[in-house]
Design a protein around this ligand. Structure first.
Ligand SMILES: Nc1ncnc2c1ncn2[C@@H]1O[C@H](COP(=O)(O)OP(=O)(O)O)[C@@H](O)[C@H]1O
Ligand SMILES: [Mg+2]
Length: 339
């Protein structure tokens, strides 16, 4: 079976901006594949190239084995695209918009009626179906968008930041819907700059940074590459640095401890990387207790995708987001929105 989506060495520049420098990934049929990266990383440009909405400068793109560049019409039928920003016609009702969408994809009349019912039920939209979309909240609009994207039963549903800007409730509804899709075996390509979202929903992920894929794998593969769990502990709320150093020297000799950093910003707390071991916390506490050092607080956690991003780029996703906001060029954005 061909890959549901194949993207190989994709490149796209806008003037002096290299929006996509080198992006490659494959999506297997039936998986939810996440593209994770901060604002400006090139996620939307990648999806727009896949969905024939922009022409890349170089690279290969296939959907179910069909070349998107050579056969755009066939490829489009196989894709359902839900854009990041939506501005639907406010005068039409939700149902009318879905009917329009069905016509765009040449769905037969009999099929259209039935598919619209299925989608309205799936996204819990029945009570809104005959109201004008101008009266919808952002969350309801996004649900209508998702319904439209799935209406023609595409091989691959492509979602660009489907929950960005949504309130918590709408976000949970969207997540719930995506989990249902996963259970039904629908292939989904989703972008997000929310770590939790990709971590919770995607079977596999590619982390993209400044136009380049920097890591690909299942969330747990990526985390495992970083080594063991993180343990954070404090001797007391604010330990003198000498005390933290004594603790570090004691813990350094434990066989399962790989690395220890003293975090002075957090009252000289200790951050440890440990190989996976069930009784790590107990052993650490016992070692410190025997030396007369109390533990004020101790916690163990798996590395997060943010740790993966940090290891690959030297900055956290949050810092990258803040930098993207600071570097924003309003003129370039206006131009982008007009396209
Ligand atoms: N149509 C466009 N014209 C000019 N610059 C663009 C256009 N689309 C995207 N860019 C630029 O390309 C880079 C990647 O953008 P984008 O693909 O939207 O990233 P993401 O979706 O990850 O936030 C950004 O620097 C953005 O400003
Ligand atoms: Mg985007």
């Amino acid at each position: 079976m061909p890959d549901a989506v194949l993207v190989q060495n994709l490149k796209k520049r806008y003037g002096s901006t290299e929006a996509v420098k080198d992006v490659s990934f494959e999506v297997q049929p039936g998986e939810i594949f996440g593209l994770l990266g901060p604002n400006g990383a090139g996620k939307t440009t990648t999806l727009r190239s896949l969905c024939t909405l922009t022409t890349p400068d170089a690279g290969k793109i296939e959907v179910s084995g069909i070349s998107v560049l050579d056969n755009p019409k066939i490829a489009r039928q196989k894709l359902g695209y839900v854009a990041q920003e939506v501005a639907p016609d406010k005068v039409l009702t939700g149902r009318e918009l879905l009917q329009l969408q069905a016509a765009l994809y040449h769905l037969p009349k009999a099929v259209t009626k039935q598919r619209i019912e299925v989608m309205l039920n799936l996204l819990d939209l029945q009570e809104y179906a005959d109201k004008k979309t101008g009266t919808y909240s952002g969350g309801i609009l996004k649900r209508l968008d998702l319904a439209a994207g799935l209406l023609h039963a595409p091989d691959v549903l492509v979602l660009d930041e489907p929950t960005s800007g949504l309130d918590i409730e709408s976000r949970f509804i969207a997540w719930d819907f995506l989990r249902k899709l996963r259970e039904a075996g629908t292939t989904v390509l989703i972008t997000s700059h929310y770590l939790e979202e990709i971590d919770a929903l995607a079977n596999r992920v590619a982390i993209i940074d400044r136009g380049v894929v920097i890591a690909t794998g299942t969330p747990s593969e990526l985390k495992d590459k970083l080594g063991g769990d993180r343990v954070t502990l404090r001797i007391r709320e604010f330990s003198p640095v000498e005390e933290a150093e004594i603790a570090r020297n004691l813990l350094k000799s434990l066989p399962f401890v790989q690395e220890i950093i003293i975090n002075s910003a957090q009252g000289n707390s200790l951050n440890l990387v440990v190989t996976q071991q069930n009784d790590a916390l107990i052993t650490i506490q016992k070692t410190l207790n025997e030396a007369g050092l109390p533990t004020f607080g101790i916690a163990q956690s798996r590395p997060s995708l943010d740790d993966v991003y940090l290891a690959a780029t030297g900055r956290t996703l949050m810092d990258a987001e803040l930098a993207a906001v600071a570097n924003r060029d309003p003129k370039a954005e206006k131009k982008q929105n007009m396209r």
